[in-house]
Design a protein around this ligand. Sequence first.
Ligand SMILES: Cc1cc2nc3c(=O)[nH]c(=O)nc-3n(C[C@H](O)[C@H](O)[C@H](O)COP(=O)(O)O)c2cc1C
Length: 368
Amino acid sequence: MKETLFNATQIGPMKVSNRFAMAPMTRSRTDQPGDIPNDLMAKYYSQRASAGLIISEGTPISAKARGYSLTPGIYSEDHVKGWKKVTKAVHQEGGKIFIQLWHVGRRSHSAISGSRPLAPSELKEPDKVFGPIDDKNFGMIETELPKEMSKEDITCVLKEFKVAAKNAMRAGFDGVEIHAAHGYLLDQFMRAPINKRSDEYGGNIEARLKFPLQVVDEVCKEIGADKVGIRLSPFVMEGTQQEDPEIIELTYELLSELNKRNVGYVHFSENISRYTEATLEFRQKARDLYHGKIIIAGKLTPERAQKILNEGYADIFAFGQPFITNPDYVRRVKEDHPITPIDYASHSTFYGGGEKGYTDYPFISEEK
Ligand SMILES: Cc1cc2nc3c(=O)[nH]c(=O)nc-3n(C[C@H](O)[C@H](O)[C@H](O)COP(=O)(O)O)c2cc1C
């Protein structure tokens, strides 16, 4: 029988009740000071628990990993306590939730990260991030020239990933997604124009994969490979102006390494920022090289997702903006109810603020 988006599947031993994932989305509604997850966030995520899998907003693994103000952390006891409210609320509604572990690398400013941003090399490109513009207000600010990571910095960040993964389990998450997409730290190490290191972490493809794979290994050792996913965006140019002609070849190499390690899923982010289309050749090769679950995201419609499922190129489909305005997106699609569209008003409440544009979108049962 044909698989549909409404059929259950598994990530490792974990059951996922349908093929819809809620894509990771920064919403910047933490309690201050301390960037603490709160009751409002618990409500928002639990409203969306009918997605087979929720992937949390990007969550900095340390203060230095931070590139955006107001995003939640997973490095203090208060963060763990705050996230417990979220995971408990999602589980009560029968959902599953992974946390997206995030280090932004050079895409930051010391006004946000507390010290010079870290990067594989001391290279900056024009780029803006969300940070303080004065004592009270936040807005887009230009990134700062980063510091080339020393061996000690590398050891320190590996430890931060390990502790963050451990904290995530203590906070009740079902697993973690390592953010290796969108021009953030791990993506920076992988891309030749950004990683100009002359030590064992730079140079050929194998060297550029060394640090990302060390991160994967640390996290897998801590919590078990089947609870680990990784987000990649080889077809997206985000945070960089410079093409990397080797990025697809590097991704193939990475996929075979991830396969050896049995990580639970690989999540491809597509169709955002400056991008090219993922090719069918890439999709087929990804399947051949990597045998865990594949998630695809990026301006999907249910029809497009079903087509890719039929073709056999992915197992789970992550939707971002549809879940912002439709907490019961899965039911609406299944029962053919109208979908609340994203409009300009929703854009202005994407980042920051309170309930408005966050927890006040109606369920279909409330509309009738
Ligand atoms: C408000 C907003 C915040 C986002 N924050 C993140 C994030 O924290 N981490 C991430 O990997 N992607 C982030 N994304 C990208 C989404 O995960 C997703 O890939 C993108 O929105 C495309 O999917 P869609 O067309 O279904 O929305 C964000 C997107 C939006 C709209």
